[in-house]
Design a protein around this ligand. Structure first.
Ligand code: 13P
Length: 270
């Protein structure tokens, strides 16, 4: 797939200072209502607007989130939702110095996140993923250049170069970092300010360890995260839809956000 995400209220010059700032990454909660329904079903909740609102309120009102999270990508419904006390979700984010973003296909003057996702499904080895990723990113940058896109003004959201999810052997974080950085160095100009990886079905721990491995030596870009599942899995499991679990679930979110913040700085240890 090929997807554009646009950020509200963030000029190009602000990217390195705000979204791509050290020790911070993106919380992706742009699940469509159908996908959000799948997440809720995993803890036995119905896919109602009330439940979606409650879950998003839990995530977006987590105190202290802005220390680790620089941006949050919202689904359109969420942009207009408020907390049960009537505070707009967007204002909750701004109070934490988190740039709100939205997945849309129009608007101008905003920051696009370029995301051609290569799915991890399959039993292929890591070399094959590298080969495919190199082809995909060559095409993407060709068309970005053809269309006069200013590279300084975009963020990139790639999947990591890993073996297929059903491949017989798992790769170590060092191997994944080596292959992924090889792909980036061959294909992505240093003018691009930030690389914000998606988690693509990796476990929370894998996503953190792989990001940490990539930040063991300096990179030309801010190498960080834009995770949905790898920031939300244990939040959902902890919440279970009960108001009395909200605080614990927010703690779970902060724990994952902090781990990935440290991984962005290359200083996470399990
Ligand atoms: P995952 O981190 O769950 O792969 O989702 C990322 C994403 O594409 C959301 O915008």
């Amino acid at each position: 797939g090929f997807e554009w995400l646009w950020w509200a209220l963030c000029g190009v010059g602000q990217i390195r200072k705000s979204i791509a700032s050290p020790g911070r990454g993106i919380l992706a909660i742009d699940e469509s209502n159908a996908t959000c329904g799948k997440r809720l079903a995993s803890i036995g909740l119905d896919n109602t607007e009330v439940n979606r609102q409650a879950y998003r309120q839990l995530l977006l009102t987590t105190p202290g989130l802005g220390e680790y999270i620089s941006g949050a990508i919202l689904f359109e419904e969420t942009l207009y939702q408020s907390t049960t006390d009537g505070k707009k979700f967007v204002d909750c984010l701004r109070d934490e110095n988190i740039v709100p973003g939205i997945k849309v296909d129009k608007d101008n003057g905003l920051v696009p996140i370029v995301e051609p996702e290569i799915l991890l499904d399959g039993d292929h080895p890591i070399e094959r993923t590298l080969e495919v990723a190199e082809r995909v990113w060559a095409e993407v940058f060709y068309y970005l250049a053809e269309n006069n896109v200013m590279f300084e003004g975009i963020l990139l959201k790639p999947s990591m170069v890993t073996p297929g999810a059903e491949h017989k052997e798992k790769a170590s974080p060092d191997t994944i970092a080596k292959y992924t950085l090889t792909m980036l160095k061959r294909r992505v100009p240093p003018a691009v300010p930030g690389i914000m990886f998606l988690s693509g079905g990796q476990s929370e721990m894998e996503a953190t360890l792989n990001l940490n491995a990539m930040n063991q030596s300096p990179n030309p870009w801010h190498v960080s995260f834009s995770y949905a599942r790898a920031l939300q899995n244990s939040v959902l499991k902890t919440w279970q839809g009960s108001p009395e679990n909200v605080e614990a679930a927010q703690k779970a979110l902060l724990a994952r956000a902090k781990a990935n913040s440290l991984a962005q700085l290359g200083s996470y240890s399990a």
